[in-house]
Structure formats: C-alpha cells, structure tokens
Write a protein of this length. Structure first.
Length: 135
C-alpha cells in the first residue's frame, strides 16, 4: 500500500507520484503521514517536506500552504516549492548566511516591518538549505 502525493504550486506541479511515507511541516509541528491515515486538512509552514519511497528519502522546500489528506491521497497546495535535488547547496548556504546576518542586524527592532521581512527571508533560506542536503 502506498500514498499518492501531489505537490502543486501556482506555476508548476513539483511532485506527482507515489510515496510510502510523507513528513509535513505543519504550522503546529511536523506531521507524519502513512497509508491509511485519517482525513486531515493542515496549514503548512515554510519548511521541508520529506518523502520516502522504498528506503530513499527526498526533500522538497515548501514556502507555506495547505495539505489535504483523504484516504491515501495527499494533495499539497503551496505558494512555491523546490525539489531539494534542484537546489545548489553552496548557493543555499550562502543565502542562509546572508539572511541570518540581516536578521541579526535588526535585533533591536522586534516588530518592525523590516525585521518581519528579514525573518521570513531567513526561514525561506533555511528551508532551501535544509532541503539541499542529502538525507
């Protein structure tokens, strides 16, 4: 028994295939999905989606969205997403370092719009960097 997984962004179908296990970055923490999972609708945070097929794991950087689990069908609708294998690890680590520096520079401004934007960019950079590393 396996899951049917679809990861859809407005401009592309990022993943469409079967999986044995899926780990979602929900807004309340990580959620593991196996075949036969109860129906669920979950908000997704910026983070890394992990997909296991046989004993191989794949990573997908997600930039927020929603997941619907119905029977053995998992549909993920996201603002944007990127397969981990398509992300240049060196570039992603460089972007993460720059984003971390930008957040640190704004530490004295706890709720300024610039701090919020810098924090969002940091979370996106961190998701890309984590997804780019082999699992």
């Amino acid at each position: 028994m396996s899951l049917t997984l679809r990861v859809l962004a407005p401009d592309q179908s990022v993943f469409d295939g079967s999986a044995d296990e899926v780990i979602l970055p929900s807004t309340t923490g990580q959620v593991g999905i196996l075949p036969g999972h109860v129906s669920l609708l979950a908000a997704l945070d910026v983070g890394v989606l992990r997909v296991r097929t046989n004993s191989d794991w794949q990573s997908i950087a997600l930039m927020g969205g929603f997941a619907e689990i119905e029977s053995d069908d998992v549909t993920i609708l996201v603002n944007s997403a990127e397969l981990g294998v398509n992300i240049d690890s060196t570039s992603a680590e460089s972007d993460l370092s720059a984003a971390r520096t930008a957040v640190t520079k704004l530490d004295g401004q706890p709720s300024s719009p610039e701090k919020v934007k810098a924090q969002q960019l940091f979370e996106r950079a961190r998701a890309r960097a984590q997804a780019s590393k082999p699992t």
